[in-house]
Design a protein around this ligand. Structure first.
Ligand code: ATP
Ligand code: MG
Length: 139
């Protein structure tokens, strides 16, 4: 996969609250091109694998329960410097600390229910993209 790409999920809280369209518009306005997109629901095993790096953290089982609680929207986004620029666009993990205008400031309710995921490295962007999409679903 190209390295000018990142992976994102609109999390169950933001889907439930009706923010899919508004968040995708923000993503497009910020100059990202959507090159893969799907609405799906993670299984418990999916969520445990996806967030395996946090398995020892006290919030892990609550995070897994949250991530499987409803559908998500997964997407692959293309832009120069995609990973870093997208982390800036979504804002801090805790929406209380997120800068004005960021997606989490606008649409997130709490540190756990924080509306959106963004990959933290080119390597993880690739791993996470192939976790959710087949090659034929990436454009
Ligand atoms: P993401 O990986 O989803 O983009 P992030 O990189 O900003 O978020 P991480 O540290 O990777 O933050 O945490 C993964 C997710 O776990 C967070 O987005 C949030 O949903 C949840 N989380 C993180 N810290 C806490 C916490 N202290 N309490 C509850 N949930 C948390
Ligand atoms: Mg993370």
């Amino acid at each position: 996969m190209k390295t000018n790409r990142t992976f994102t999920m609109i999390k169950p809280d933001a889907v439930e609250n009706g923010y899919i369209g508004a968040i995708l518009a923000k993503i497009n306005e910020a100059g990202f091109k959507i090159v893969a997109l799907k609405m799906t629901q993670m299984s418990k095993r999916d969520a445990q694998l996806f967030y395996a790096v946090h398995a020892q953290r006290p919030f892990f089982s609550s995070l897994v329960d949250f991530m499987v609680s409803g559908p998500i929207v997964a997407a692959i986004l293309e832009k120069e410097n995609a990973v870093e620029d997208f982390r800036k666009l979504i804002g801090a993990t805790n929406p209380a600390d997120a800068e004005d205008g960021t997606i989490r400031k606008l649409f997130a309710a709490s540190i756990q229910n924080n509306a959106i995921h963004g990959s933290d490295s080119d390597e993880n962007a690739m791993i996470e993209s192939y976790f959710h999409f087949a090659t034929r679903e990436m454009f």
